[in-house]
Design a binder for this molecule. Structure first.
Ligand SMILES: Nc1nc2c(ncn2[C@@H]2O[C@H](COP(=O)(O)OP(=O)(O)OP(=O)(O)O)[C@@H](O)[C@H]2O)c(=O)[nH]1
Ligand SMILES: [Mg+2]
Length: 235
C-alpha cells in the first residue's frame, strides 16, 4: 500500500462507525470512537496524531474484525494482543461489538489497527454484519478443542464473502490448545513436515541422553522458534 500525502475523505462506503464524533481508545458503537479518519484503503495523513486518548502517531490505519463462534476465544485473543494478558476466570460472552486500538511498527511505519471484537452468538449476527463492509481484514477463529466451531467455518466463510469487500484480507486462526505440542502440517506443500519429525527426534534424543547439565528440551518452544526464524518450513 502506498503512503499518501494527503488526508482522504471518509470512506465512500457507509461506515457504521463514521457517524462517531469524538475519539476514544476503546469503545462500543454509540459511544464516541476514533474511526472517521480511516479511509477505505486505510490511508491516513503521514504521522498524523491519532485522535485517540493515547495520542499515538501513525501513518496508516486499518479496521480488523475478529469473528467466529461464541466461545472460540476472540475476546481473549484481543486482550492478549493488546494487554499481553490472559483473561482467566469465567466466560463472559461479548454483547454486540467492541473495539480496541493498537499501533504496530511495521517495516518502519506506524500502522494502527482498530480491532473490532464481535459477539459470536447468533442473535447478534445482524448487528455485526453491518460492520463487515468497512473491514480491511478479518480474523476468523475456531477453537481447536471444539469440533462444532470448526464445522461452522464454512458457514462463516459464506457470510464473510457475502458481506465484506472483495479484497478483504482473511486469516483463519485455530485458537486454544490441548496442552500438547501442536503445529499444522501439509503433506501436499511440505509445510512443517521436516520440522515435525525433527522436533520429535530432538525430544527423544534429549530424553535418552538424560544429561543433567543440558537444559531441558522444550518441544513447543523449539517448534515456535524454528517457525519464526526459518520463515516456515517447506521441505
Ligand atoms: N485454554 C484456553 N482457553 C481459552 C483460550 N482462549 C479463550 N479461552 C477461554 O474460552 C472462553 C471463551 O473465550 P472468549 O474470548 O470470551 O470467547 P469469545 O469468542 O469472545 O466468545 P463470544 O464473545 O461469545 O463470541 C473463556 O472461558 C476463555 O478463558 C485459549 O487460548 N486457551
Ligand atoms: Mg467475546
Amino acid at each position: 500500500m502506498s503512503r499518501k500525502k494527503t488526508v482522504k475523505g471518509k470512506s465512500s462506503t457507509s461506515s457504521p462507525t463514521a457517524a462517531a464524533s469524538k475519539s476514544k481508545e476503546n469503545g462500543k458503537p454509540g459511544e464516541s470512537i476514533s474511526t472517521p479518519e480511516i479511509t477505505s484503503n486505510g490511508t491516513v495523513h503521514p504521522s498524523r496524531p491519532s485522535l485517540s486518548n493515547s495520542s499515538e502517531f501513525y501513518d496508516l490505519a486499518f479496521k480488523v474484525m475478529l469473528v467466529g463462534d461464541s466461545g472460540v476465544g476472540k475476546t481473549c485473543l484481543l486482550v492478549r494482543f493488546k494487554d499481553g494478558a490472559f483473561l482467566a476466570g469465567s466466560f463472559i460472552s461479548t454483547v454486540g461489538i467492541d473495539f480496541r486500538n493498537k499501533v504496530l511498527n511495521i517495516d518502519g511505519m506506524k500502522v494502527k489497527l482498530q480491532i473490532w471484537d464481535t459477539a459470536g452468538q447468533e442473535r447478534f449476527r445482524s448487528v455485526t454484519h453491518a460492520y463487515y463492509r468497512d473491514a480491511h481484514a478479518l480474523l476468523l477463529l475456531y477453537d481447536v478443542t471444539n469440533k462444532t466451531s470448526f464445522d461452522n467455518i464454512q458457514a462463516w466463510l459464506t457470510e464473510i464473502h457475502e458481506y465484506t469487500q472483495q479484497d478483504v484480507v482473511l486469516m483463519l486462526l485455530g485458537n486454544k490448545d490441548f496442552g500438547v505440542p501442536f503445529m499444522e502440517t501439509s503433506a501436499k506443500s511440505g509445510l512443517n513436515v521436516e520440522l515435525a519429525f525433527t522436533a520429535v527426534a530432538k525430544e527423544l534424543k534429549h530424553r535418552s541422553m538424560k544429561d543433567p547439565n543440558e537444559p531441558k528440551f522444550k518441544l513447543q518452544d523449539y517448534v515456535n522458534k524454528e517457525m519464526q526464524t526459518s520463515g516456515c518450513c517447506h521441505s
